[in-house]
Design a protein around this ligand. Sequence first.
Ligand SMILES: [Zn+2]
Length: 87
Amino acid sequence: MNESTYLKVGEKCERCGTERVEITHATLQKMQELRPNIRSIPYSIVNEGRDLYAICPSCDAYALGADLVQPFPFKDKFGSIKTIREY
Ligand SMILES: [Zn+2]
């Protein structure tokens, strides 16, 4: 995947068809402390250091903390804050 194919929140993941959700840069940094393999955000985008990132909650369920006691929060396309457990 390169930057030109990087999708926005609410757009369907090209791999699984799940609509993308939004995480903040602070959340991404916390996620990265666990060294996940983030599959739906290109490395070049992560390195850019954006304020917000669109991530696929299905492809990156583990990166979003699916198996953690406290999963990471994200916003869906309607603006509701959720975690992967509620999704
Ligand atoms: Zn996906």
